[in-house]
Design a protein around this ligand. Structure first.
Ligand code: ADP
Length: 702
């Protein structure tokens, strides 16, 4: 087998693979289709030549000639679609090319190829592409000159199209020279290999939507080379040493193929990543920028600077047209836009076009989708192109509509990319940006996006630690305030007693109209007194008077005490629990906590009772864990209105209350008491259904 036959085989196989891989991405895409048609023709053309070489059969030779004839119109169609030339001259050129191919095919069918000049025409028909390319270049020039005044050519990215032309010319010239019959093949057979490389180059340009620079192209070659070498290694290791043993050959080929299939993807990804990193200056710069940005995060102490830093890094690395940062509001209901970078796009004043959103609800589908990706362990970054691919792939209409709504959601934010800031599964904020064409080195479809995500994870951690810090400071501030107020409370209580005494002396039970005011005075004095008493409780130092008691009897006694004064429509019951559980506590304090929780539950049931729904409060105890680590849990569960999501975090903050007659101190006092017992209080709730408070205490050991 000479080098020409061998190279034909290589060309035949690679061009077939290229066409197939491009077409598998999207069969409906016109450009992909045109490319696949050309590569299939090239493949058949080369393979027919190869088979003719090994078999010497005239039939293969005639097939080779046949495919030869159709190369020109296929190439022309591809170029037209690729550079998006739609004018009459090139259309006519294509018509002529098709006509010529048709007549040459007929000539071939009629076996006129024996006539030398017909054979010459058939043989050099691909050379017609050369001519066509020249004409196209000229048309392209002219068109572009004409388009100058128009906003932008619709051909995104193909700026270096001359390279396509020049490469095409060169490759075609060498390919045609390969087969010059009259010159006795004086030119080395580079044509086929050149054509294979050229087709590879075009295929990359097609999928990337732009021409690759040398580094990127080279890195892809290295990837292919490394993968091919490894695969050859695997095959040779397993198959090459087998001599005349077909059974073993099949078994080992099977194992080798299995290995290869498993290795292929991770290997390709790894090699691609490393060569890209090695060869691409932009990639290295990007990584360095991200590293520096991450380092700077540790020095940031206030939210304002953090917001600024996030957008700065976004701008430096992703180079968006504009970007915005949204952060979850304190009440957890909405994300609010807190900062933007770049110029906010003016919404087109088209009918129905809405202005860009500055706030979105916490349960917006976009964020729910982010959360679902996160839960699946996938990268939770939303990109319009990826979602569009999902639309292509999804089978059901509902799914497609869901994805389309996501794209609409992104558009409503004026963006095509959304990166969430997630901390322990919770989205604390997100960055949206408008960057339709990925700059170097992100790769088509933003293939490198995973490398930016760790930065956003650190942003989330920074945000959380800042929140904790802010909350801690708030607590300290309140503690200081509490001490001051405790002094004040003593001062208030004495005059309160005097006011109440005086009001009672004037007889509020009287029927006189003024007595109504006296009753108001007494009610308000009582309320004020309650606040002050509770407040004093809150600021009291923790007691150290702990005793070992039976928890079941304490709980039962408290429930009985509360049941002595029952609320109509509310059933309070004590679930049977382990009577052997003992705790070391200050019993009055634990009782105070229980009373408080039961009173809260009763309050949460008020509305239910008004609606005629029976209220139920269940108090139970249980033990969890064994030995030294065992804990006891007292639960107080009601079927009331539940706690709103946005209120959950604030329940234990002093003075937080949703009730007009409440003080907002009950839970904070309870927490303080339980914490002084080395325990904690947990709450589980579902809005509109139930609330369960659990008081967890260490079990007392004998
Ligand atoms: P207060 O009862 O004086 O309002 P608390 O600190 O005891 O103060 O409670 C704070 C808030 O927690 C209440 O106003 C209420 O909104 C909420 N809450 C407490 N317990 C429950 C419960 N069982 N169901 C629903 N909400 C509750």
């Amino acid at each position: 087998m000479d080098i020409l036959g061998q190279s034909s085989l290589i060309l035949g196989v690679t061009s077939f693979a290229l066409g197939f891989s491009i077409l598998s991405r999207n069969v409906k895409n016109k450009l992909f289709l045109a490319f696949a048609v050309l590569t299939t023709l090239v493949s058949c053309w080369a393979l027919a030549f190869f088979f003719e070489k090994i078999s010497g059969s005239g039939t293969f030779y005639r097939w080779h000639l046949f495919f030869n004839i159709w190369l020109a119109p296929a190439a022309l169609t591809l170029i037209r679609v690729m550079v998006r030339i739609r004018d009459n001259t090139s259309r006519r050129l294509l018509d002529i090319s098709v006509l010529l191919s048709l007549s040459l095919s007929v000539a071939l069918i009629l076996r006129y190829e024996t006539i030398p000049w017909v054979l010459l025409l058939i043989y050099f028909e691909p050379a017609a592409v050369l001519l066509q390319i020249f004409v196209l270049m000229w048309i392209d020039r002219r068109l572009r000159a004409g388009f100058k005044r128009l906003p932008k050519l619709p051909t995104v990215g193909f700026s270096r199209r001359n390279l396509i032309y020049a490469g095409g010319l060169l490759v075609l010239a060498t390919t045609v020279m390969d087969h010059v019959p009259f010159l006795g093949k004086i030119i080395p057979s580079f044509g086929n290999i050149g054509l294979a490389v050229y087709l590879f180059f075009i295929s990359q340009a097609i999928t990337e939507q732009r021409l690759l620079n040398f580094g990127a192209l080279f890195s892809r070659f290295i990837v292919l080379l490394a993968v091919a070498l490894t695969l050859t290694g695997v095959y040779s290791l397993l198959v090459a040493w087998i001599e005349n043993s077909p059974g073993l050959f099949f078994l080992n080929s099977f194992i080798a193929s299995f290995l290869i299939l498993m290795l292929l993807d991770p290997l390709r990804t790894a090699v691609r990543y490393f060569t890209h990193r090695l060869l691409s200056k932009e990639h290295r710069r990007l990584e360095q920028t991200l590293r520096e940005a991450q380092r700077k995060l540790t020095g940031i102490v206030d939210l304002g600077s953090l917001f600024q830093a996030i957008l700065l890094t976004t701008e430096q690395t992703l180079q968006p047209g504009w970007a915005a940062l949204f952060v979850l509001r304190g009440d957890g209901t909405k994300y609010r836009r807190v900062r933007i970078a770049g110029k906010e796009p003016q919404t087109v004043p088209a009918p129905g076009a809405s202005p860009i959103l500055k706030e979105i609800l916490a349960d917006h589908p976009l964020l729910q989708y982010c959360e679902s990706l996160q839960k699946k362990g996938e990268l939770p970054i939303l990109l319009d192109q990826i979602i569009e691919n999902e639309i292509d792939r999804s089978a059901s209409r509902v799914q497609r509509e869901g994805y389309a709504a996501l794209i609409q959601g992104l558009k409503a934010l004026g963006s095509n990319l959304l990166i969430p800031i997630v901390d322990s599964g919770k989205i604390m904020g997100f960055v949206t940006l408008w960057a339709p064409a990925p700059p170097e080195p992100w790769g088509s479809n933003w293939g490198l996006l995973p490398i930016i995500y760790p930065y956003f994870e650190q942003v989330a951690a920074t945000m959380r630690s800042m929140e904790i810090y802010v909350r801690q400071r708030e607590k300290e501030r309140l503690a200081a305030l509490g001490e001051m107020a405790a002094g004040l409370a003593h001062e208030i209580r004495n005059p309160l007693g005097a006011i109440k005494g005086a009001a009672q002396f004037l007889d509020p039970t009287d029927d006189k109209p003024e007595s109504r005011f006296l009753r108001v005075i007494i009610e308000e004095v009582d309320r004020l007194n309650r606040v002050v008493t509770q407040f004093l409780d809150y600021s009291k130092p923790p007691t150290t008077d702990f005793r070992v008691i039976s928890l079941a009897s304490l709980v039962q006694k408290t429930v009985e005490m509360m049941n002595a004064n029952p609320r109509p429509g509310v059933k309070l019951e004590c679930l049977p629990g382990d009577t052997t559980i003992q705790v070391q506590v200050a019993p009055e304090q634990i009782q105070q906590v229980l009373i408080n929780l039961i009173q809260n539950a009763t309050k949460a049931l008020e509305k239910r009772v008004e609606e005629g729904i029976p209220g139920l409060i269940q108090v139970g105890i249980e033990r969890e864990g064994v030995g030294q680590q065992s804990e006891v849990i007292i639960t107080v569960e009601d079927n009331g209105h539940g706690v709103k999501r946005e209120h959950l975090e604030k329940l234990f903050i002093p003075f937080f209350t949703t009730s007009p007659s409440g003080t907002g101190l009950g839970l904070s006092i309870s927490q303080k008491i339980i914490e002084s017992h080395r325990g904690r209080i947990d709450v589980v709730t579902e809005e509109g259904r139930f609330t369960r408070f659990s008081v967890i205490l260490p079990e007392a050991k004998e």
